[in-house]
Design a protein around this ligand. Structure first.
Ligand SMILES: CC(C)(COP(=O)(O)OP(=O)(O)OC[C@H]1O[C@@H](n2cnc3c(N)ncnc32)[C@H](O)[C@@H]1OP(=O)(O)O)[C@@H](O)C(=O)NCCC(=O)NCCS
Length: 167
């Protein structure tokens, strides 16, 4: 993998570890993250430091992938999907000073191989989305999602199991 930095009027990529044949569309802001071979990243996506994205994933436009998010291979992420890494975020400390990285801890989230996350879903931190699971559009995922499960709603509830063979 090469580590690249590109800053122009269309893209801001800083210290991004890129696999082969990665397609990054315009107005992506990505820094300190890893993106695997063949993955496509749509317009207006932000990917923060420490996030990892596997091979052959599709990340649709307007999605936010924060620090602590780990996405396996062949994952589909819809438009406007929001990940979260801090359950009780605060701008300032008790003394009124701005919080820094030392004042909070990042909680990790994992998305399993072949999973699909519908548009505008919000994924709370600390959850594991199983292999080939499907998260419905607009869902708020608050708990782990089993392999092959279809979940939807706020909070996301199990609808059924998708009938396909695990990788
Ligand atoms: C979750 C999903 C996979 C379910 O599809 P399905 O199995 O065909 O489900 P159905 O359309 O038969 O709906 C079954 C029930 O779930 C409800 N439902 C479906 N999707 C829902 C969702 N995203 N959130 C809440 N409820 C949902 C339906 O209203 C229906 O309820 P009812 O039985 O009370 O009428 C699908 O609706 C979905 O959200 N896919 C994500 C699509 C997406 O975001 N694509 C992004 C790229 S464009």
């Amino acid at each position: 993998m090469d580590t690249i930095t590109i800053n122009n009027d269309k893209q801001s990529l800083h210290n991004v570890r890129l696999g082969k044949d990665v397609k990054i569309y315009n107005f992506v802001n990505a820094y300190g993250c890893t993106i695997g071979d063949g993955t496509k990243v749509g317009t207006f996506v932000e990917i923060q430091k420490g996030a990892t994205i596997g091979q052959n994933c599709k990340i649709s436009s307007h999605t936010f992938i924060c620090e602590g998010v780990h996405i396996a291979n062949n994952v589909f992420i819809g438009h406007n999907v929001t990940f979260i890494n801090d359950k009780f975020p605060q701008a300032t400390n008790e003394d009124g000073s701005m919080q820094t990285e030392e004042d909070w801890s990042c909680i990790e989230t994992h998305v399993g191989e072949g999973a699909s996350i519908g548009s505008s879903a919000t994924i709370l931190c600390g959850v594991r989305i199983g292999k080939k699971a499907i998260v419905g559009a607009g869902s708020v995922v608050t708990r782990d999602v089993p392999d092959n499960a279809v979940v939807a709603g706020n909070p996301a509830r199990l609808m059924k199991y998708f009938n396909h063979i695990l990788i």
